[in-house]
Design a binder for this molecule. Structure first.
Ligand code: DC
Length: 216
């Protein structure tokens, strides 16, 4: 069974998707990590990020692997290296290229094939797995999402103002929503959950109950 969890940055998708997978004893796939790793590889190779054909060809030859919740380029685990501001800033150059999306979507389908898996991203329910048995779209108000992000940053020792976090978040939302292919959107048959005012345990319970009802 495939469970897709999509939604904007800061909606709490990652931790919820992880927990849903572990509660149900499903595997987990972080598709954002794949876009991040492809971007890291392109930066390292000093690719011209405006050369869409070059990027498509480059990603076509890239050896990306997802193993036990870690992301690998060739024989290197890059899970710790893909969350830098430089990578985050540059992802859109790859994520906007349809041929790059098609290659990564193909890899995602290969990974999920025949498995019980929770996949997390932007386009999972609407584009990559249109036949997934259970589709969730997690969202929250921009301010709530920015406040969560501020707390996460503070936990890792970075202190930014709400205004700065909101501005960066609005920019990413715009990029994620306006992309011609693979844009952030809820599939028509997705269950939309607005997590404003909900405790993480409540969100988790709601999703786990929903998946169990679909399993039955
Ligand atoms: O989930 P994340 O913040 O790690 O994702 C990083 C970026 O990758 C996000 O801003 C857009 C892109 N992305 C995408 O285009 N499609 C996906 N399925 C997942 C991520």
């Amino acid at each position: 069974m495939i469970v897709t969890i999509d939604g904007p940055a800061g909606a709490g998708k990652s931790s919820i998707a992880h927990q849903v997978a572990s509660r149900l004893e499903f595997e987990f796939l972080d598709t954002g990590a794949m876009y991040r790793a492809a971007t890291l590889a392109a930066l390292r190779a000093q690719m011209d990020l405006s050369d869409t054909d070059g990027l498509a060809e480059f990603v076509g030859t890239l050896n990306l692997a997802w193993k036990s919740n870690t992301i690998w380029i060739d024989q290197e685990d890059v899970s710790g290296l893909i969350r830098t501001p430089e990578v985050t800033r540059s992802i859109r150059y790859l994520a906007d290229v349809p041929a790059v999306r098609s290659r990564l979507s193909q890899l995602q389908r290969q990974i999920a094939c025949g498995r019980n898996i929770v996949t997390e991203g932007r386009d999972q329910g609407a584009e990559v797995f249109p036949d997934a048995e259970c589709k969730i779209f997690l969202t929250a108000s921009p301010t709530e999402r920015a406040k969560r992000r501020m707390r996460q940053l503070a936990d890792s020792g970075s202190y930014l103002s709400l205004e700065d976090v909101l501005a960066a978040q609005n920019q990413r939302d715009l990029e994620d929503r306006m992309r011609a292919v693979g844009r952030l959107r809820a599939a028509d048959d997705a269950v939309v959950i607005n997590t404003d005012g909900m405790l993480p345990e409540q969100v988790l319970d709601q999703i786990v109950d929903l998946v169990r009802s679909r399993l039955d």
